[in-house]
Design a protein around this ligand. Sequence first.
Ligand code: ACO
Length: 382
Amino acid sequence: MSETTQIARGLEGIVAGRSSVSTVDGVQGRLVYQGYDIRELAELSSFEEVCFLLWHKRLPDSGELEELKESLAAARSVPPAILELLEMLPPRSGMAALQTAVAALGLLDPEADDVSPPSNARKAVKLTAQVATIVAAFHRLRRGLPVVEPDPLLGHAANFLWMLFGEKPEKAAARAMDVALVLHADHEYNASTFSARVTASTLSDMYSAIAAAVGTLKGPLHGGANEQVMKMLEEIGSPERAEEVIQAKLASKQRIPGFGHRVYKTWDPRALILKRYSEELGRARGQTLWYDISLAVEQAVRKEKDLYPNVDFYSASVYYTLGIPVDLFTPVFAVSRIAGWTAHLLEQYEDNRLIRPRAEYTGPMDLRYVPIEDRPPRQATA
Ligand code: ACO
């Protein structure tokens, strides 16, 4: 590697491929799925319709949408072996459980290694339907509760809440969940999507690629931030304490979860929509504390640093108000992002090239091998 090689740490600013799934305009604060602005989709569309859009690169007609809804509903039940596996797992991490279950789904699928477009299209539907079932079942099993059978009459978002809580959600809750799923469905070459594409680029199978993506989403710098946000809101406890706590965190060089973004240098459009839902849901349920603390944190961070909330900031109070346990926030992110991951995988397999960057070597060169019996003990050389 020459001395003039430019290194983009964290691949910042690097365009690593072409994609028509979605694009982010970090200056204008826009997110576009296949040409459609996320604000319009959040207002007018549904998660199922967004799945169709991401997978087929166009909006469906009403017959096609009905067909996809039926296919998703028909694919919701997971094999009994997956439920047995989930029951055996420690209750600690929904993301680790999801990753394990996705890998196991691959082992149970006889066509797992078939990466042809029709087979991958079937897997996109199956994985999108079943990630929701796995997250809900894992949570119920770890609480010693019976698994709730999916209800084919409910849409994806409402059915997820039904499988999680065992109660039919009210309209406003189902709508808020649906909007959250629409907003989280895709985000260009984010870390977990890139991870999925790297895995697929070796022509490994779709389940392996999704398992890799789940592991990547788990981290607190990515999807794991939504859980950290809620822990911080709980730690702050009241809007009056927000400024003091934020100042102390920033003074000790801590990162504020839910703020900052590699691409957005302004408001993340998803955060603006979720902010509205956080307030509206809070008011509807007579509990605006989490919205009020969030707002105070937003103002404190904006005052101290030029950082805007990202998607994980206001999703935390939305999920909390919906009654979702904090340690399921990141798995809920995956319940949505599976749509985008699978859309990117369809694209990757269709026009694949191995993703394999280079590293600038910083280790020594030209050392001579010394047989082990001739090497001095480490302590003596220290
Ligand atoms: N709190 C405090 N300071 C921050 C934050 C934050 N949340 N985010 C960025 N900064 C500061 C950094 O300290 C750095 O300042 P410096 O130049 O004075 O050292 C500067 O902003 C740039 O930060 P980088 O780490 O270089 O930005 P990068 O693009 O690598 O990181 C990231 C982006 C990881 C999202 C970062 O903003 C962060 O850690 N945020 C908190 C975690 C989070 O919310 N992640 C979710 C992102 S959205 C998603 O993945 C779904």
